[in-house]
Design a protein around this ligand. Sequence first.
Ligand code: ADP
Ligand code: MG
Length: 247
Amino acid sequence: MLVIEHLSKQLGVTRAIDNLSLRIEQGEIFGLLGPNGAGKTTLIRLIMGLLLPDAGSIRLFGQYAPGTTPVRQLIGYMPQALAVYPGLSVRENLLFFGHIYRLPNIELQHRIQEILAMVELSHKQDNLVSTLSGGMVRRVMLATALVHRPKLLILDEPTAGIDPLLRIRFWDWFDHMVQEGTSIIVTTHSLSEASRCGTVVFLRNGTLLEQGTPRALMDKYASPDLEAAFVAATTTHVPEHAREISQ
Ligand SMILES: Nc1ncnc2c1ncn2[C@@H]1O[C@H](COP(=O)(O)OP(=O)(O)O)[C@@H](O)[C@H]1O
Ligand SMILES: [Mg+2]
């Protein structure tokens, strides 16, 4: 579904993505894990076509490049920052995003009710987004990313700053969407959430340290949880320049 080869991107003085190669298959939840500054958002913006790479290539769905219209139609994107209109109601926000994707009106009305039921916001559909709690706003953002039934959903820290119970509900919805045929790429720096992913990658300083199932990575580093595996992976993979300095 997604093939990335030798991707690099410099932002200011930082090499945010550094010669990164990655393959992602369809039909699962794929977790991009890494601490703040690891390059998760930059990688997602490159996949979305919102940034252009300095080097390397990204291919989506076998034939399309990021940013082109066919790809936009196939992807739902929930950015890290606020991306809904506070001055519109919940339903108006969904109508707005649905119209961008040129959905026929009757289908759109039906789809909006279906998604609002899933994110448990049907009773708030006529309320202004500015009057909602933080957790509800995150649910509206998820709903807007889903309105056009994307085949691939890209979520940048969707559960940042929301309470533990709602966090679990989000992951239940992700499982439900995967069962319905959607693939999901999700970033998080919560390693406990990551154990619910089918495959995870560890990212640090714009490079890929590891890729595998949570179980395989815990086994590889003989770690009781993913957090310990991540720490072990970062100490095992010493960057080239650091190795030279220490010699
Ligand atoms: N617009 C920018 N200008 C300069 N540096 C940036 C910019 N955006 C991000 N960076 C830097 O690139 C690195 C990766 O950032 P980011 O992709 O946002 O990481 P993450 O999402 O994993 O927290 C960080 O060191 C960050 O400071
Ligand atoms: Mg980020």
